[in-house]
Design a protein around this ligand. Structure first.
Ligand code: SF4
Ligand code: SF4
Length: 96
């Protein structure tokens, strides 16, 4: 009985844990970037987002807190969230 109660509380606590949402990485369309620097200027952790954007590279800086501020302030709609494509394996292709 006690064991069952423990399980109940443990599993309901796990369900109520907030889940981190995986937004992916901030990624840029370099053809849209006018190198104004507004993105990096508004980044709360000081990442030079423009340097990534002008090269069309994802922001891989480990200090990114995925706040989305750079995406929100870009006047050209250059930035977006992008998740890495899951790698296809022989097994995953066969199962679809
Ligand atoms: S705010 Fe947008 S247009 Fe300006 S540098 Fe950043 S990504 Fe480029
Ligand atoms: S998502 Fe936030 S922390 Fe990450 S690069 Fe953009 S402004 Fe900086």
């Amino acid at each position: 009985m006690l064991q069952k109660l423990k399980q109940l509380f443990t599993s309901s606590a796990a369900i109520n844990q907030p889940q981190a949402v995986d937004l992916g990485l901030v990624t840029a369309d370099a053809t849209r970037c006018i190198q104004c620097g507004i993105c990096g200027y508004n980044c709360p952790v000081g990442i030079p987002v423009r340097d990534y954007a002008r090269q069309g590279l994802p922001v891989t800086d480990a200090s990114c807190i995925t706040c989305g501020q750079c995406i929100a302030v870009c006047p050209r709609g250059t930035l977006r969230w992008e998740k890495a494509e899951p790698e296809l394996t022989a097994d995953s292709r066969l199962s679809t």
